[in-house]
Write a protein that binds this ligand. Structure first.
Ligand code: ADP
Ligand code: MG
Length: 267
């Protein structure tokens, strides 16, 4: 076999778009040589590096496209602060089997209780599992559909929102919808029904959705489809933000009590 010099090797890796191997060629080959790998092991080692880089890039790109409002992970969720959330159930949801089945997921609860935090964390888990994800607030979603409707592009816009495997609709019910909203939302839910998963967060219980949509009949039709294969997670309890503030207050008091005790000991 003819000897292959460094540049020729780089050119071949380039042609095959094996860019991770190309960029770290010497380091990787040194490492393979140093650890006495067999040829099979060395090949596996090189290819796994290439795959790892591609996964990283894919996740980065998909995360940008998803348009999350912030970065949150389940690891950062303080379970003890929200006892009404079943950690095991959320961890099961993070395996994304429900997305494979095209099921829906609903987070209900008052403001500040971690609905968006959990939604974003599960959305990021979905991306790691190779699902396409789009995050949008209910207000933006409806405004976008209404505008598209006005411009005669509703079908096109519905297709866009139907494309991601998981569509996360945040903050349903914070703002009252315009009269057309119920129908537009219904069309979206119908379009996605049994095709892709939807995750919805809302501060209003489902019995109030008639009021949210301003049309109880359409709200029932929306819920009928959404709840068909759906996990509903109802979070009860206090706002995490307020809790933090309150706890800060408590800690101050505890500090004072501690100081008092210390003073008593000193006396
Ligand atoms: P919601 O969407 O229910 O209004 P968020 O998810 O936006 O609430 O939570 C408000 C803030 O508090 C966010 O920054 C979130 O990360 C944080 N948060 C809420 N609940 C928890 C929790 N149990 N552990 C850690 N952070 C939390
Ligand atoms: Mg929120």
């Amino acid at each position: 076999m003819e000897t292959i010099d460094h540049d020729a090797l780089v050119a071949m890796l380039d042609r095959l778009k094996l860019t991770a191997i190309r960029d770290q060629l010497d380091t990787l080959l040194d490492e393979a040589a140093r650890s006495d790998m067999t040829l099979r092991e060395a090949l596996g080692f090189l290819v796994s590096r290439e795959i790892a880089r591609r996964d990283e890039r894919r996740i980065e790109m998909a995360t940008k496209l998803a348009q999350f409002p912030f970065v949150r992970e389940l690891e950062g969720f303080e379970w003890a602060a929200q006892p009404s959330v079943d950690q095991r159930q959320i961890r099961e949801l993070a395996t994304c089997r429900w997305i494979a089945h095209g099921d829906a997921l609903l987070f209900l609860g008052p403001p500040g209780t971690g609905k968006t935090h959990l939604a974003v964390s599960l959305g990021r888990a979905a991306i790691r599992h190779n699902y396409s994800v789009q995050f949008v607030t209910a207000a933006t979603l409806v405004a976008t559909l209404a505008k598209a409707h006005g411009d005669g592009r509703l079908d096109e816009q519905l297709t866009i929102y139907a494309r991601p495997k998981l569509l996360i609709i945040d903050e349903l019910g914070y703002l009252p919808f315009e009269p057309d909203a119920a129908h537009l939302f219904f069309q979206l839910v119908s379009r996605r029904y049994e095709r892709g998963s939807m995750m919805v967060t809302s501060n209003r219980s489902v019995v109030e959705w008639g009021t949210v949509f301003g049309d109880p009949v359409v709200a029932t039709a929306i819920l009928d489809r959404l709840l068909h294969h759906c996990s509903v997670i109802t979070i009860r309890g206090d706002s995490y933000r307020l809790r933090e503030k309150r706890r800060a207050g408590l800690l101050q008091k505890a500090g004072t009590a501690h100081e008092q005790q210390a003073e008593n000991v000193n006396q």
